[in-house]
Design a protein around this ligand. Structure first.
Ligand code: ADP
Ligand code: ZN
Length: 724
C-alpha cells in the first residue's frame, strides 16, 4: 500500500499588519530553513516573507499554497526573530508590522549585482600593437579592472581593450559592485588611558569576555573620556570575532563620531540611518547579514539589522528622547537594545553624562552595573554654572541677552575664544500677536501657534509643517501694521548678536538652515577650525560635540522646557542644560556657563548651579515613586483621534465605559491630549497606570478586544510613553 506523506509545511511571517505567520507548503527540491527569506503567494500577490518556524498544522494540508522561491540571502538569525516576537508582544503590535522594520532595505534581497572585470592571462597576445602593449603593461599587476578602467589607465580606446578580450588575453572575473567593508584595526591604541579610565575599560573588557548578558551604565561627566573607554570594549568584542552595534541618538552626531572611530580603529564603520541612499542601505544590510560589516553606527532602526554575530551594543547618550520612536510601531530603542542584548546573551553599555532616571534607578537597584568617571580628562575642568536672575537683570527693551552675559561674550572674544548661545526654539519668534485686537495666529490644523521664520518670510507650524506668508494685516481685525513678533527664536538671537558684535563671525545652527549630515559636518568643522566666533543654535549644538575653543555658553531661556505640564519636564530640562553646559571648557581653557532664568530658585536651576545631579535625580525618583509613575510603575498612553471631533469624544467616552476593572490598575482620562488638535485630528488621551506586578499587555488586550473601532477613529497605544 503506498504511503501518502503529508506535504512538509512551514509558517511564514509577512511584513504586513498581521498578528501571526501563515502556513505554506515547501515543495520538493526547496529547502526553507527557519529564518529563510521566501517569496509566497498571498491572494493574487506574491509577497516576501520570512520562515518563522514549523507549520502550525491549522490549515488543511491539501489547501496549502507552496513557497515559490527561497532567496539566496543568509537566513534571519534566530535571535532577531525572537526579538521581533518579543517587541510585538510587548508593544502590542502585530508581529508582521515589527518584521517590516527588520527588512526595510530595498533591494537587499535581490540578487547581488556583479560587474565584470578583466584580468590578464596572456602577456604576448598575437598581433601586438603599441596600444595593446600599453594595456598589457597596465594589466600586468593582475588587478581586475573593467574595460573602461583599463582603457582609461592605458590611455587607449575601449575598442583596443575589447580586442584583447576577444583575443583571449584578458579573461573576465565577477566582482561585487559594492564597496567592501574595511576591517577595524583593533591593535592600534593611540591614546594612553588615565588610571580611572583604565579601570573602567578593564571592567568593560571583562564583561565582553564573559560573553553573557550584562547591562552597564557608563556614567561619566562630559569630557571624561567615555567614548575612549567604551572603544576598548568595542575592540575586545571585535577581537572575540563578534559584531558591534553603536546606537547614536541623532544623525547630526554621526560624522564627528565616525572621525573619532576612524582615529581609533583606522577605518570607517558602516552607517545606518534614514538619510542613507537606498543603494547604501542595501550594501550595509547585506554586509551585516553576511558578517562582513563588523561595526555599525546607527540610529534606533539599526536594532533590527540581521547581525549573525552581534556581541556588544553601545547606546551613546542613553538619556536622549530621540531614542523613543513615536510613530508607527512605538518603542524605546534604549530599552529594546537591552532586550536584544538579553536575548542574545551579550553585554550592553549605556553611556551618558546625565543618565535617564530609569537607568539611574536600575543602577541603584542593582539591575545595571554602574561605572563612574567623575572627572574630565586631562587638565580640563567642569565649567562653572551661574544662574542669571532675569527679574533682577532684565535686558533692554527688545533685547534678550542680559548685560552680564553680553559682557562675558565680549571677554571671550577678546581672549580669542568662542562663545555659544543656546535656545531650543527654531525660527524668529514663537508667536505673532495683533496689537490692536490681541489675536494670536494659530495653525489651522493644530492647537499650536505659528512660528515666524524671518529668513523664509513665513509663518510655520512646527507640528505639521503648515506654512503661510507673513500677513500684512491682522487676519482677525484687519488692522494694518499691527502684528508684532513676540519672544525670541534662534534667528532673533542671531540678529541681536550680529548687532552687538558686528565684527564677530557668526554661525546659526538649527535644522532650518542645515539640511542633511553634509552641512552639519561643514559647520562643525568650521567651528573646530576657529572660523567661527559665536555659535547660536538649537538643540543640535547641545550634544556630543567637542569644541576645544569654546569657553562661554549662554542659555537664553533656561526655563523653556519647564513650562509644559509634562511630569518628565524637570528631568528632561536638567539633562538638556547639563549637556549644553558640557560643551564649555573642554580643553585647556576653563568654561563658564550662564543660565538666563526667571526661576533661579527652581530645583533644576539649583541642582545645575550647585552641581548636585545625584541629589536631584534622587528627589525626582522619590516624587515618581510616591505617585507610582515609571520606572516604579507601568504606564500606557492611549490616544483616540479623529477628524471628527464629536466622534472622537463619543468613542473615547465609550472606551472609558468599557475599561476593565482590575486591581492595581487605574485609568485616567479621557482628557485632551498634549496636542489636542494635530494635523486636523482631534486627540484625546488616556493614561493607564499600574503597579509593576500587573501584566499590562494582557489588561490592554482585554480592553481593546472589547472595542469595535469605527473607520473614522484611530486608536494608538504607546507602552511606556516618554511624556506623561
Ligand atoms: P565623553 O564621551 O565622556 O564626553 P570623550 O571621550 O569625548 O568624553 O573625551 C573628551 C575629549 O578628551 C576627547 O577629545 C578625547 O579624545 C579626549 N580624551 C579622553 N581620554 C583621553 C586620553 N586618555 N588621552 C587623550 N585624550 C583623551
Ligand atoms: Zn500645524
Amino acid at each position: 500500500m503506498p504511503v501518502k506523506t503529508l506535504p512538509k509545511s512551514v509558517s511564514v511571517l509577512m511584513p504586513l499588519a498581521l498578528p501571526a505567520p501563515y502556513d505554506y507548503e515547501v515543495p520538493d527540491g526547496l529547502i526553507a530553513e527557519p529564518g529563510a527569506y521566501v517569496i509566497v503567494p498571498l491572494g493574487a500577490q506574491q509577497i516576501l516573507g520570512v520562515v518563522w518556524g514549523e507549520g502550525t498544522g491549522e490549515v488543511d494540508p491539501k489547501r496549502l499554497k507552496p513557497i515559490l522561491e527561497v532567496l539566496d540571502v543568509p537566513p534571519m538569525p534566530g535571535v532577531l526573530r525572537r526579538f521581533v516576537d518579543w517587541l510585538a508582544a510587548y508593544t502590542l503590535n502585530p508581529r508582521g508590522s515589527v518584521l517590516r522594520l527588520a527588512i526595510r532595505a530595498p533591494g537587499a534581497l535581490e540578487p547581488q549585482r556583479m560587474r565584470t572585470a578583466y584580468r590578464l592571462v596572456d602577456k604576448r597576445p598575437a598581433r601586438m600593437t603599441p596600444a595593446r602593449q600599453r594595456v598589457v603593461d597596465t594589466a600586468m599587476d593582475q588587478f581586475a579592472r573593467t574595460t573602461r578602467e583599463l582603457a582609461e589607465e592605458a590611455g587607449v580606446s575601449d575598442g583596443v581593450v575589447r580586442g584583447l578580450v576577444d583575443a583571449g588575453a584578458l579573461v573576465p572575473v565577477d566582482l561585487p559592485t559594492e564597496a567592501p567593508f574595511p576591517v577595524p584595526d583593533i591593535g592600534a591604541v593611540s591614546k594612553s588611558l588615565s588610571p580611572e579610565q583604565l579601570v573602567a575599560a578593564e571592567t568593560l573588557r571583562k564583561r565582553v569576555d564573559e560573553n553573557r548578558f550584562a547591562a552597564i551604565l557608563l556614567d561619566g561627566v562630559t569630557g571624561s573620556g567615555k567614548t575612549e573607554v567604551y572603544f576598548e570594549a568595542v575592540a575586545e568584542a571585535l577581537a572575540q570575532g563578534r559584531q558591534v552595534l553603536i546606537l547614536l541618538p541623532e544623525i547630526a552626531l554621526t560624522s564627528q563620531f565616525l572621525d573619532r572611530f576612524e582615529g581609533r580603529f583606522h577605518c570607517r564603520p558602516a552607517e545606518w540611518h534614514s538619510e542613507l541612499s537606498s543603494r547604501e542601505r542595501t550594501r550595509v544590510w547585506r554586509g551585516v547579514a553576511e558578517g562582513r560589516a563588523r561595526v555599525v553606527v546607527g540610529a534606533r532602526s539599526a536594532l533590527f539589522l540581521p547581525f549573525p554575530e552581534l556581541g556588544l551594543i553601545v547606546v551613546d547618550e542613553e538619556h536622549e528622547a530621540a531614542f523613543k520612536q513615536e510613530e508607527g510601531v512605538t518603542y524605546h530603542a534604549r530599552d529594546m537594545a537591552v532586550v536584544r542584548a538579553s536575548l542574545g546573551q551579550f553585554p550592553i553599555i549605556l553611556s551618558s553624562a546625565t543618565p535617564s532616571l530609569e537607568s539611574s534607578v536600575n543602577a541603584e537597584q542593582g539591575r545595571y552595573e554602574r561605572i563612574v568617571l567623575p572627572e574630565r580628562h586631562g587638565v580640563a575642568e567642569l565649567p562653572s554654572i551661574t544662574a542669571i536672575d532675569m527679574r533682577a537683570e532684565p535686558p533692554e527693551r527688545g533685547r534678550w541677552l542680559a548685560p552680564l552675559l553680553v559682557n562675558e561674550i565680549a571677554n571671550a572674544l577678546a581672549a580669542g575664544e568662542q562663545a555659544m548661545l543656546f535656545l531650543n526654539r527654531r525660527g524668529y519668534a514663537p508667536l505673532t500677536l495683533c496689537r490692536t485686537c490681541g489675536h494670536r495666529i494659530e495653525c489651522p490644523q493644530c492647537s499650536s501657534w505659528l512660528v515666524e521664520h524671518r529668513f523664509r518670510r513665513e509663518l510655520v507650524c512646527h507640528h505639521c509643517g503648515y506654512s503661510a506668508p507673513v500677513p500684512k494685516a491682522c487676519p482677525s481685525c484687519g488692522a494694518e501694521d499691527s502684528l508684532i513678533a513676540c519672544g525670541p527664536g534662534v534667528e532673533r538671537i542671531a540678529e541681536e548678536v550680529a548687532e552687538r558684535f558686528p565684527e564677530a563671525r557668526l554661525a546659526v545652527l538649527s535644522s532650518d538652515n542645515l539640511r542633511g549630515p553634509q552641512s552639519h559636518e561643514e559647520m562643525f568643522r568650521a567651528i573646530e577650525a576657529r572660523e567661527v566666533d559665536i555659535i547660536v543654535g538649537t538643540q543640535i549644538v547641545a550634544k556630543g560635540h567637542h569644541f576645544p575653543w569654546l569657553t562661554v555658553v549662554g542659555v537664553v531661556d533656561a526655563d523653556l522646557g519647564l513650562e509644559n505640564g509634562d511630569l518628565r519636564a524637570a528631568e528632561r530640562t536638567f539633562q538638556l542644560l547639563q549637556q549644553v553646559a558640557g560643551r564649555a571648557g573642554r580643553a585647556e581653557r576653563p568654561g563658564r556657563v550662564f543660565l538666563q532664568t526667571y526661576m533661579p530658585e527652581h530645583a533644576v536651576m539649583r541642582a545645575l548651579v550647585a552641581g548636585k545631579r545625584d541629589a536631584f535625580l534622587r528627589r525626582e525618583a522619590e516624587a515618581r515613586e510616591r505617585v507610582g509613575l515609571p520606572p516604579f510603575g507601568r504606564l500606557v498612553g492611549i490616544v483616540v483621534s479623529s477628524e471628527n471631533a464629536a466622534l472622537a469624544q463619543k468613542f473615547a467616552r465609550e472606551m472609558a465605559r468599557h475599561a476593565p476593572r482590575a486591581e492595581d490598575v487605574s485609568v485616567l482620562g479621557p482628557a485632551p491630549a498634549p496636542l489636542a488638535l494635530l494635523r486636523g485630528r482631534t486627540r484625546l488621551r488616556f493614561l493607564v497606570k499600574a503597579t509593576r506586578n500587573v501584566n499590562i499587555q494582557a489588561y490592554m488586550q482585554a480592553w481593546l478586544g472589547e472595542m469595535k473601532v469605527p473607520a473614522a477613529i484611530r486608536v494608538s497605544v504607546d507602552i511606556d510613553p516618554y511624556s506623561f
